[in-house]
Design a protein around this ligand. Structure first.
Ligand code: SF4
Length: 337
């Protein structure tokens, strides 16, 4: 009998809440609500959505940089949320994070060599100084820097070079999972594709799994095998890349694609092909029923009453009461191709 391999990462019903003050009153902001997904070894999952959709809260909760209010995060079968501080520190070798602003994530007083080599001191203390230096140099070369950069400080580098240093530091211990939180958004357009290419190349060479958080749909399409679409902390759609980009099932996904493709031809009958209008509502006061209903061209009375469950429609998991009707409409002229 064939057995299905366990996923590397399995997130179940993850919730992240923040205690905030509004008009002098304490309130709970539900940043992430009931989010579930799985990631197999070597796969990459893009998490997309507008600002305020909860993408970064998921990234941080996966690595316990913010507490989860509920849910489970299994990494190789172990629930990360239940690990002691010591167990978690050991596990960090296999779980690394790259932040949006590379310069802010690097210690300004540490040389590049010390920055990149420091995780080896932590996780492989038996390595000799010579072996550590050789690994550090090899890693710098793998990200397109050189031995001449070893003794320089972070402020001497451009944003793209600083992100290369952050990637080298994150990957030097050969982690199994890399969480990238908007790794391209602070970079110049000309540098973005270089860093995206570098991440893809290293992912292939090292067999990495990746959670890639971005609002850049073109980058996600380039970098990811699967895509999760988030709105107000809830999953709207989860699918493999090709079906999502060629036949998106959720009105929000279609609107995001449309916004990324302002000049794409618009099929005559498809209301879901209109772009996004208005602002994302406050997570402090989310709409009743479907949280997307205040901006949805398809909303009907049921949408205000009933929260749609995530269910399989065609090749996607979609949280929409009218997903079957949308599936029958002509697909958006897409980013594909
Ligand atoms: Fe639009 Fe209703 Fe579907 Fe929500 S459930 S996306 S409001 S049609």
């Amino acid at each position: 009998m064939n057995t299905v391999p366990a996923p590397l990462l399995a997130v179940e019903n993850l919730c992240v809440d923040y205690h905030v003050r509004v008009d002098g009153q304490r309130a709970w902001l539900h940043a992430v609500s009931d989010v579930s997904f799985q990631l197999a070894g070597g796969q990459s999952l893009g998490i997309v959505g507008e600002s305020g959709s909860g993408k970064s809260s998921i990234a941080r909760a996966l690595l316990r940089l913010v507490p989860a209010a509920a849910g489970r995060v299994y990494f190789e079968g172990q629930d990360l949320l239940q690990l002691s501080g010591r167990e978690l520190r050991r596990m960090r070798r296999d779980l690394q994070l790259i932040f949006q602003d590379p310069l802010a994530s690097l210690d300004p007083r540490m040389s590049v060599g010390d920055t990149v080599g420091e995780p080896l001191r932590m996780f492989e203390p038996a390595l000799s100084a010579a072996a550590r230096s050789a690994r550090t140099t090899a890693m710098l070369e793998a990200v397109g820097l050189s031995v001449q950069h070893l003794h320089r400080l972070p402020h001497e580098f451009s944003g793209g070079q600083a992100q290369r240093i952050a990637i080298a530091r994150a990957l030097i211990t050969r982690p199994r999972l890399l969480v990238c939180d908007e790794p391209l958004s602070s970079l110049d357009v000309s540098i973005k594709s270089q860093i995206a290419n570098l991440l893809m190349q290293l992912q292939r060479e090292l067999g990495l799994s990746m959670v890639f958080i971005s609002h850049d749909l073109a980058a996600v399409r380039f970098a990811c095998s699967h895509v999760l679409v988030l709105y107000l902390g809830r999953v709207m759609e989860l699918a493999a890349r090709d079906p999502l980009f060629s036949a998106a099932g959720h009105p929000y996904t279609r609107a995001l694609l449309r916004a990324a493709l302002p000049r794409a031809p618009r099929p005559a009958r498809a209301r879901a092909h209109v772009g996004l209008s208005g602002e994302i509502p406050s997570a402090l006061r989310p709409p009743s029923g479907c949280v997307f209903r205040t901006r949805c061209a398809y909303a009907v009375e049921r949408c205000a009453r009933e929260q749609p469950a995530l269910r399989r429609v065609a090749d996607s998991l979609v949280a929409c009461h009218r997903a079957e009707e949308l599936a029958a409409e002509p697909p958006l002229a897409t980013l594909a191709g």
